[in-house]
Ligand binder design. Sequence first.
Ligand SMILES: NC(=O)c1ccc[n+]([C@@H]2O[C@H](COP(=O)([O-])OP(=O)(O)OC[C@H]3O[C@@H](n4cnc5c(N)ncnc54)[C@H](O)[C@@H]3O)[C@@H](O)[C@H]2O)c1
Length: 433
Amino acid sequence: MRNRVNTNKKKKVAIIGLGYVGLPLAILVDKKGYESIGVDIDENKVKMLNDRTFPFITEKNIVRQFQKGSFKATTDFDSIIDAEIIVICVPTPVYENNMPNLEPLKSACENIALRLRKGHLVILESTVNPGVCDNVIIPILEGKTGLKCGKDFYLAHCPERLNPGDKKWTIENIPRVIGSYNEKGLKKAIRFYKSIISAEIKPMKSLKEAEAVKIVENTFRDINIAFVNELAMSFSYLGIDVVNVIEGAATKPFAFMPHYPGCGVGGHCIPVDPYYLIEYAKNVGFDHDFLSLARRINEKMTEFTAQLTVRALNERRIPINGTRVAVLGLAYKPEIDDCRESPAFKIIKHLKNYGADVVVYDPYVSDGSTVSSLEEAIKNSPAIVIVTAHKVFKSLTPQELLRNGVSVVIDGRNCLPKDDFIKAGILYKGIGR
Ligand SMILES: NC(=O)c1ccc[n+]([C@@H]2O[C@H](COP(=O)([O-])OP(=O)(O)OC[C@H]3O[C@@H](n4cnc5c(N)ncnc54)[C@H](O)[C@@H]3O)[C@@H](O)[C@H]2O)c1
C-alpha cells in the first residue's frame, strides 16, 4: 500500500515508553505533522529529552529531526486524555529465570485505563506472545472504565521491527503487519500507519496473529543462529572453517539462507522473545522443544568463548590464571551503546572464574569499560577477546597487536582477516574457524 499525504495535521498522538522503539516513533509522528507527546516514567530521560539531548546513540538524521522538531516528553499520563491515538512502546523483558515480565506493560495499561475515553485508538508496538492483547490488555482497559473494546475504544497491535543501526531498513520503510480487535479498529490503525510510513502494511486477521508474527520472526533468527553456533562448536573440533562452509552453501540460489555463528546472542529481542512463546505454550499444555534447545545452544556460546581463550593460552603455554585478557566490546552489536542481554557480561564472568585478569573496553560504553582507550586495553594483554564487531576493533592489525604483547586473538564475531593474523604469528581462534 502506498503512503498518503497526511491530512491529520495536529491530531495528537501519545507514545508511551520513550526507548529505542518509542522515541524514533515519537520523532517520526512529529515529523509527519501530528502533535507528538511522549510519556515515560523515567524522569531523567524526560528532562534530557525536553533539554533536547538524545539519550542514546542513534542515526544522525533521527537526532537532527529530534532537535528541530516540536515533540515533547512528560511523566504525566494526563497528557494522553486529549490524544486520538495512544501507542504503547514499553519494554517486555524476561526475569532472571527467563519468565516473561509483563509488569511494565500492565502498569502502562493501568495508567491508560484511568484516562481512557470513547474513541481512543490504542496501539501496542511492544513485542508480546499471542494472547496478551486479548487476555491481559483488554481486561485492564475495559475493567477500570466500563468501556467496551471495539465499540467505545479500539485496540490494534503493530509489532515494531526496528533494527537499530540499520541504514537500509528504517522506521519509515520497514513493512508492517497490523492486527486488531475488530475491523473498525484495523482500518483506523492502517490509516494512521499509512500516514507515517511508506511501506507495505499487511492486515492480519486478529490481534493474536499479529502477536505471533513478531515472535515467529525473532524465533526464526534464534533457531538459525543456534544451528550455525552448534556447527561452529562441532567444526572447531573437526578442523573445518564453518564460515567458509556457510559461504559455500550460500552459493545455492534457493532454499538456503546464511546465518553466522558468534560468541552469543544479545539485545532486547532475539534472546528474549522466544521465552514469551515457550512459556505461553507451556501454560496451555505444549512444550516447544526446538525453541528451548535453540536458546540453550545460544546460551552456551559465552562459556565456549571463554574455553577457547583458555585452550588458546594453553597452546602458548600461558596459564589463564593471573593473565591479563582484554575483552573488546560490551554492546550487543556494532556501533551502538545498547548492552541489553549482551553476551559480553557472561564472557567476562566466565573468564574471571578461570582466574583471568580481565580489562574491558567499548568506545561506546564508558560506564562498563575498565580502561579508557583501545591502546590501554591491548597493552600487555597476552590475549584479546573481540565480543562486538565495532569498526575500531575490525581495523586492528596483527603488527599493532604484536607490538603490544598480544599473541592470542579470540575473534568472537569472526570479523578479522584470519589468514593475515595467522601469517603474522598470532594464535587466532574464531567461532568455528
Ligand atoms: N530495541 C529494539 O531494537 C526493538 C525492536 C523491535 C521491537 N522491540 C520491542 O519494543 C518494546 C520496547 O523496546 P525498547 O528497546 O524501546 O525498550 P527501552 O527499554 O529502550 O525503552 C522503554 C522505555 O519505556 C519506559 N517505561 C517502562 N515502563 C513504563 C511504563 N509503565 N510507562 C511508561 N514508560 C515506561 C522506560 O523508562 C524506557 O524509557 C519491547 O517490547 C521490545 O521487545 C524492540
